[in-house]
Write a protein that binds this ligand. Structure first.
Ligand code: ADP
Length: 484
């Protein structure tokens, strides 16, 4: 099923302290292709002991890595970025086969993933301290920034490469080693990137990838006092648990959790642009991103026109195996994911929702689901409160700006929000009124390496990417220099 130019990128072992290794007990688990159900291979089922060793090795490697100049670290990271881009076709194939997303999207993700390595290869040269005006004539106050120490990351399956580089890029650039536990369903992208990191000259122990028992690995990562920082992207539920577990050793945390993004179309919007944005925001990765539009609010006057145009565009989406040319929507990650979409559709219909297109499992079977649009959606339905994480666009109706903002903010989440309007006054009012870490205005795509990614409320802590992203991996040290 895979036709790699470089078959050595597909690894069945974990990468710890510069060694490719199996689990201590020899156990492994299977990874399957969601489009076909075929087993791609097995990876080690590691646990506490292996995690502890990886942490100790990272701590050993830290000394040498932090002692390198920013320019030296930058050169290694730059090489890693170049290798990712040179092997983009292979990395994309591996990703499509384990995750399901169409090949074109997978290639896009590889470039996006590499961009974080490139960005932080550049940013590392610009980490700077400060001197402060001293209140004492005989003392000088200096602020320096230092790497926080051993970092751990737990990452999800929806972006198997980019959610790793967005964490490893700034960690390594800041001078910290990092151990990553990728999601069980998508370890091969992580392991392929480890092959390239090794080739780029990342020293042993500075970047490790451990596969296996999420609970055991997570428990060790959160309780081991050597780990100074944990970065997690995934569900709010697991994020809360990791935060609790990290309390005993007071770790610094970056959490990128659930979304439930509102997407608001005002009556002065360019409807064609809004439809294009909604398609990109809602159906990318089959609706399985934390910034996917989850609730689409459309103003009364343009509701029917928008719905008609959206349905026409949704009908053009092609569902299938992501490796096939022209496919724009792959399978969902697993059976549970399909069940959740099905439940949201059933709940909406039971409470008065009207299916305009789709609404059921796709004829292709397995975990394929029809791209779906439901009209007459109301705030008592599950889609209003919960992240669907699937290809379902629920259309809510609203009357005025205040109502739209109130409905959009009626959630414990606050990651991304989107709206379409051409009125400059309304644009500012709404942008300021929305409770979210990111706002897309007249666009459905907002993520890139230059911009700060992150949420407010229960969507998480910290910012990834951008000039702010390195701060999460640095600590401030104040030097008070007397005797002058
Ligand atoms: P999703 O619903 O998107 O799979 P999860 O939060 O369950 O989101 O998974 C995100 C990551 O968190 C995955 O790598 C998964 O293995 C990991 N994970 C899940 N449960 C735990 C846990 N109890 N401790 C540590 N990691 C966990």
């Amino acid at each position: 099923m895979l036709q790699l130019k470089d078959p050595s990128l597909l690894r069945m072992q974990a990468y710890l302290n510069g060694q490719w290794c199996d689990a201590d007990n020899g156990e492994s688990f299977a990874v399957t292709n969601p489009a076909t159900g075929e087993v791609i291979g097995h990876v080690p089922h590691m646990g506490t002991a292996e995690t502890r060793r990886a942490i100790a090795a990272a701590n050993e490697a830290w000394r040498g890595w932090r002692a390198k100049t920013a320019k030296e670290r930058s050169a290694v990271l730059r090489k890693w970025n170049d290798l990712m881009l040179a092997n983009a076709d292979d990395l994309a194939q591996i990703m499509t086969v384990e995750q399901g997303k169409p090949l074109a999207e997978a290639k896009g993700e590889v470039a996006y993933a590499a961009s974080f390595i490139e960005w932080f290869a550049e940013e590392t040269k610009r980490v700077a301290g400060d001197t402060l005006a001293s209140p004492w004539s005989d003392r000088r106050l200096v602020v320096v920034k230092e790497p926080i120490g051993v970092c751990a990351a737990i990452t999800p399956w929806n972006f198997p490469a980019a959610m790793i580089t967005r964490k490893v890029g700034p960690a390594l650039a800041a001078g910290c080693p990092m151990i990553v536990k990728p999601a069980e369903s998508t370890p091969y992208s992580a392991l392929a990137m480890a092959v390239l990191a090794e080739r780029a000259g990342v020293p042993a122990g500075v970047f490790s990838v451990i596969t296996g028992d999420a609970r055991a690995i997570g428990s060790e990562m959160t309780s081991n006092p050597t780990v100074r920082k944990l970065s997690f992207t995934g569900s709010t539920e697991v994020g809360r648990l990791l935060m609790q577990q990290s309390a005993a050793t007071v770790k610094k945390l970056s959490l990128e959790l659930g979304g439930n993004a509102p997407f608001i179309v005002f009556d002065d919007a360019d409807l064609d642009a809004a439809v294009e944005g909604a398609i990109a925001s809602k159906y990318r990765n089959a609706g399985q991103t934390c910034v996917c539009a989850n609730r689409i609010y459309v103003q009364d006057g343009v509701y029917d026109a928008f719905a008609d145009k959206l349905v026409a565009a949704v009908k053009k989406l092609k569902v299938g195996n992501g490796l096939e040319p022209g496919v724009t929507q792959g399978p969902l990650i697993d059976g549970d994911a399909v069940q959740k979409v099905e439940q949201h559709v059933a709940d909406a219909i039971a409470k008065g929702g009207r299916v305009l297109t789709g609404g059921k499992r796709h004829a292709l079977g397995r975990t394929f689901f029809e791209p779906t649009v439901i009209a007459d959606v109301t705030s008592d339905m599950r889609v209003a409160k919960e992240e669907t994480f699937g290809p379902l666009a629920p259309l809510f109706r609203f009357k005025d700006d205040a109502e739209a903002i109130a409905m959009a903010n009626d959630t414990e989440f606050g990651l991304a929000s989107y709206f379409y309007s051409r009125d400059i006054g309304r644009i500012w009012r709404v942008a300021e009124g929305l409770e979210s870490g990111m706002v897309g205005i007249n666009t459905g795509l907002i993520s890139n390496e230059v911009a700060p990614f992150g949420g407010v409320k229960q969507s998480g802590l910290g910012r990834e990417g951008s000039k702010y992203g390195m701060d999460d991996y640095l600590v401030i040290k104040y030097l008070c220099m007397g005797g002058i």
